[in-house]
Write a protein that binds this ligand. Structure first.
Ligand SMILES: Nc1nc(=O)c2c([nH]1)NC[C@@H]1CN(c3ccc(C(=O)N[C@@H](CCC(=O)O)C(=O)O)cc3)C=[N+]21
Length: 292
């Protein structure tokens, strides 16, 4: 039996279509256009590609996209001043500061300067805390995309054994919070975890977010398990995930590919969060019905 290939690219395209319809209705019925501001500091080539792609998809969904580029040597004060202006701008419903930032800038301080209601990355301490305590939050895009794929594949996640490999603030920790909120039994594994393959073998759901090319092997996987690969590793043989796809697909029930899995969901969820932020700012009901 070969695993189902979870088509994140197709799922993301459908989600973007739905969002575009909701954006059009928002314009028609309320005269409001959601706006997303993306801030890029420096010239990192991968970041430039992501930011260009975000801008293109934002406009394609009918939203306004505002791009702000600062030079590599921009000061933290300049960046904070820009965020202050975006916080005060009523046309801007979402603000994303592309990470990583140059080393002379304190990332946590910059992120926490973003207005909580405009924090479409869900990276502020306030949103992290809200997610962890079950209050309405802005949810980080990559884990949100993973959750949507899991709910679509499995339905109710209640009582499932989930193992998240990786404990980053942007993926591992919020992913664990989301799975817990859906009543899964959650284990967070990381570089110090003992007998990692044995831990993973117990899981009905595996989310791999470690940044090590093809680390998760087929013989780590419980037959029939659902495997979500968050890895984006650029190697000599091209873009690969954290999962050894062919080996895992021979055992798993379903697995996401790289590319074409979680990556496209991340950007679609950014649009979803921008629309959600816009609706909340205008006292309208949440458009995605996720209960988060
Ligand atoms: N503030 C902030 N928010 C982010 O969400 C954020 C960030 N900073 N910094 C960088 C990471 C990375 N990230 C990705 C988005 C889309 C793909 C994506 O679409 N990947 C395609 C392939 C793209 C390719 O070929 O390079 C795929 O997996 O199919 C990947 C990675 C968002 N990030």
């Amino acid at each position: 039996m070969v695993a189902t290939r979870i088509d994140g690219k197709a799922f993301a395209a459908k989600l973007r279509d739905r969002i575009a319809g909701q954006v059009a209705a928002l314009k028609d019925e309320h005269g409001i256009t959601p706006g997303l501001a993306v801030v890029l500091v420096g010239e990192d080539p991968a970041s430039q590609v992501y930011v260009a792609s975000k801008g293109k998809q934002t406009k394609a969904a009918g939203m306004n996209s505002y791009e702000h580029r600062l030079p590599d040597d921009a000061s933290q004060a300049e960046l904070l001043a820009l965020i202050g202006r975006l916080n005060a701008d009523p046309a801007v419903h979402g603000i994303l500061v592309q990470l990583p930032l140059p080393k002379h800038i304190d990332e946590a301080e910059v992120i926490n300067a973003i207005a909580v209601k405009k924090d479409v990355d869900g990276f502020t301490t306030a949103n992290t805390g809200r997610l962890a305590t079950g209050q309405k939050a802005m949810v980080p895009c990559t884990p949100l995309g993973c959750l949507m794929l899991l709910r679509d594949q499995l339905g109710d996640l209640s009582g499932k054994d989930a193992v998240v490999i990786g404990r980053s603030n942007i993926v591992g920790k919020p992913m664990a919070a989301l799975l817990l909120a859906d009543s899964a039994t959650v284990t967070v594994a990381h570089s110090r975890t003992k007998d990692l393959s044995d831990v993973v073998r117990r899981a009905d759901i595996v989310v791999a977010a470690v940044g090590r090319p093809q680390m998760v092997k087929g013989d780590w996987i419980k037959p029939g398990a659902t495997v979500i690969d968050v890895g984006i590793n650029r190697t000599d043989s091209g873009l690969v995930g954290d999962v050894d796809y062919d080996g895992v697909a021979a055992v798993a029930g379903a697995v996401t590919p790289v590319p074409g899995g979680v990556g496209p969901m991340t950007i679609a969820c950014l649009l979803a969060n921008t629309l959600t932020a816009c609706c909340r700012a205008n006292g309208l009901p949440d458009p995605q019905g996720l209960g988060l």
